[in-house]
Design a protein around this ligand. Structure first.
Ligand SMILES: [Fe+2]
Ligand SMILES: [Fe+2]
Length: 230
């Protein structure tokens, strides 16, 4: 049985993530490389644990989180589909016996991981299993100054995505299982960006987060600079 420990060392997956980072850097996108993959994997595992998914469920959430952006080297606009299909291609046949007993992942696990990868960036998102919802929350909450890849302050100021990411100096995702809340807390440097600009960029993301939290039976809350906005 393959675990997250195996996946994070898998040469093809690491190369896909590496090439995706190069491709998106060339387009001046925010960071989508190993830092983002590791962070989303860690947050996904954490969330899965806190909402009481099984140990295997936690590992699958980490795997999907780690791989969710690896399709970007094939093209940005459909990267969620590329990523899901690449994952299937790597793992569907390896180790398969005639009876199908020795797969690295069971067919259902493969489906869950593929769905979580393809759902994370789809505007027709339809959640039918918890791993997808967990990856949406882990991914969409990764907003931080360290994701801005362009070096010139002039360029950062001229791009609203960079400006908003650059303004976030702290980002923290927590679960309150007693109150059934998933809370994203951000600290924004308001000298850099007014809170309204944050919403201009992140309304869609926050809607995904709310849907994902609701699917898991939780309420999503957003706190910016100690103000509860959602
Ligand atoms: Fe993505
Ligand atoms: Fe992502």
């Amino acid at each position: 049985m393959l675990t997250f420990q195996d996946i994070q060392k898998h040469p093809k997956i690491l190369e896909f993530i590496n090439q995706s980072e190069i491709a998106l850097k060339a387009l001046d996108y925010t960071e989508h490389g190993l830092r983002h993959a590791k962070l989303v994997a860690r947050e996904a595992k954490n969330l899965a644990k806190q909402i009481n998914l099984s140990e295997r469920g936690q590992d699958l959430a980490a795997i999907a989180g780690f791989c969710h952006d690896m399709g970007n080297f094939l093209g940005r606009s459909q990267h969620h589909y590329w990523g899901a299909l690449l994952f299937h291609q790597i793992f569907s046949a390896k180790g398969e016996s005639a009876s199908g007993e020795k797969n690295d992942f069971t067919p259902k696990e493969l489906v869950w991981i593929m769905q979580a990868i393809s759902n994370h960036d789809k505007d027709t998102m339809k959640l039918t299993e918890p791993i997808s919802a967990i990856v949406v929350l882990a991914d969409k909450s990764d907003v931080h100054r360290s994701r801005v890849t362009v070096e010139s302050m002039e360029k950062i100021k001229n791009d609203i995505h960079d400006r908003v990411n650059y303004a976030v100096t702290m980002s923290d995702l927590k679960v309150n299982s007693v109150k059934k809340q998933i809370i994203l807390t951000l600290k924004i440097d308001r000298n850099f960006v007014p809170v309204i600009e944050f919403f201009e960029i992140f309304t869609e993301r926050m809607t995904y987060c709310r849907q994902a939290a609701n699917y898991l039976g939780y309420k999503f809350h957003l706190v910016i600079n100690n103000f509860k906005l959602l």
